[in-house]
Design a protein around this ligand. Structure first.
Ligand SMILES: [Zn+2]
Length: 292
């Protein structure tokens, strides 16, 4: 840890993802590093992740899952160093093509302007320098990832417009334009290598058949920023481990050899989508250097 560990105490970060644990897999090391450097971090979770499987039936029932996953998320955030956690409260929309996509409480069914207004209100209240969210591919195309990407991208612009409606007039209605918008992404080449490593380890990769693999992840040319989070990989894994109802010991990631898992988790990738204002540097590039 750097002696000058409050180097980023003037920086505020807003990271918005679809489900509990997305924050960890997508950017857990980067968020831990930012927090370690003194940045203030607000995490927004759009859904309660209440459709996924329960790894251990003693931890939750389908009825309690939303609440349990919120608690797990708060614990995970505190390990990462994010003190402020917000839930938009939508129901998980499930994987594409499932009945859960049509549930009236799902993020998938929520009117776009409603979600955008909620996110814009949070931006105006928190006044972040830097916003991080899902990338345009959603990693593997989960409808909630795609929705969160689209709504946050719109909210990023709307928050700075004086005419934009805030759901809580008076409390958070000062326009605010964050400097930087990043999309956390999983480059296609990295996904392919990971899937091959799973096969080499005798593990069936999730989400895709071999034919579908060509569409998984983000095009490599979209990656603008690679962050070495090796020094924070233990924090990242400890934070992810808080999502106990999602930690399937027989899941594909859990079956990878530990050193492979640790190596995969030690690098995070981003697209710098918007950079504006007087200081328009790529803040996340060189973050690992500033930490030393
Ligand atoms: Zn997710």
């Amino acid at each position: 840890m750097s002696q000058d560990h409050k180097k980023l105490s003037h920086i505020t970060v807003l990271a918005a993802y679809a489900h509990p644990d997305d924050e960890g897999f997508s950017s857990g090391g980067t968020l831990a590093m930012l927090a370690g450097l003194g940045a203030k971090i607000t995490l927004v979770c759009a859904t309660n992740g209440d459709v996924g499987e329960i790894s251990d039936p003693s931890l939750a029932t389908p009825q309690t899952l939303a609440q349990v996953r919120q608690e797990e998320m708060r614990r995970a955030a505190s390990v990462t160093g994010a003190v402020d956690v917000r839930f938009l409260g939508y129901r998980d929309s499930g994987m594409a093509g499932t009945d859960d996509n049509n549930h009236p409480d799902s993020l998938n069914q929520a009117p776009a302007d409603q979600v955008v207004a909620k996110l814009a209100a949070i931006i105006r209240e928190v006044r972040p320098d830097l916003v991080i969210t899902h990338d345009p591919t959603g990693g593997y195309g989960h409808p909630d990832h795609l929705a969160t990407y689209a709504h946050m991208t719109q909210a990023f612009a709307a928050a700075g417009e004086p005419a934009a409606q805030s759901p809580q007039p008076g409390s958070a209605d000062q326009p605010w334009t964050p400097r930087l918008l990043y999309y956390a992404c999983f480059p296609r080449s990295v996904m392919r290598r990971m899937w091959q490593e799973m096969r080499d380890a005798g593990v069936t990769p999730p989400f895709a058949s071999r034919e579908q693999e060509d569409t998984l992840g983000s095009p490599d040319e979209d990656v603008t920023t690679v962050v070495d989070v090796g020094e924070y990989v233990e924090t990242k894994l400890a934070s992810l481990a808080c999502h106990r109802t999602q930690m399937n010991p027989n899941g594909p990631l859990a079956q990878l050899p530990e050193e492979v898992m640790r190596r995969i988790m030690s690098t995070e990738y981003f697209t710098l989508a918007v950079s504006q204002g007087s200081e328009t540097e790529d803040l996340l590039a060189g973050l690992a250097d500033s930490e030393r």
